[in-house]
Design a binder for this molecule. Sequence first.
Ligand code: PRP
Ligand code: URA
Length: 208
Amino acid sequence: MNNLIIVENPLIKRDITILRDKNTPYELFRIALNRIGYSIAIELSKSLKLTQFTVTTPLEETNGYRLKDSIILIPVLRAGLAMVQSFIELIPDASVGHIGLQRNETTLQPVEYYFKTPSHLPESKVIIIDPMLATGGSASYAIRYLKQKGAANVSLACLIAAPFGVNKITSEHPDVQIYTAALDRELNSSGYILPGLGDAGDRTFGTF
Ligand code: PRP
Ligand code: URA
């Protein structure tokens, strides 16, 4: 699993506990999910390339830096919406595309219902944002779609990943780096991550 980066710090551990707790109301769930998004975005930003230029301070010239590549954020609906805001705040000039996928509850296969992505995918760093990597079907579908549209530099930002999903992405898309705040134990027979946090979309939006 050498394309997997587990992002850990005490704030993430505290916030993941809030998210796992079945008694956490959705207002606090959203806030904690967005807060973890900052830590993951900062870790992922270590892979971004810089261009150097000269900046003039009030006193003299010195080295300055700007991001070399344009950044495209792709939240996977719905749960990805709760994490994208933290990325936007840290990378305010990023474009944002949206991919709507919903797992069929019986087959566990992703069903697409919305795609709107910027045209400059080929020359951009593309960051897919989806809190849950369970069977990996949704993430793999999203990556395949983006590659068909020309994306060549794709990373996946998650919150909780299951080994099954990580293995699927690793074998089908070995070029894609996965960032997650936790690697959980396994999937249950309904495709939910254990111990997990339940249905991320429902818990984010209060659709019970
Ligand atoms: C969740 C989650 C992922 C997907 C992960 O979305 O946000 O997109 O499941 O499962 P997988 O790895 O097995 O494909 P869901 O389909 O429940 O839609 P929602 O966000 O609208 O609730
Ligand atoms: N999607 C979720 O929201 N949670 C899981 O545990 C698995 C897929």
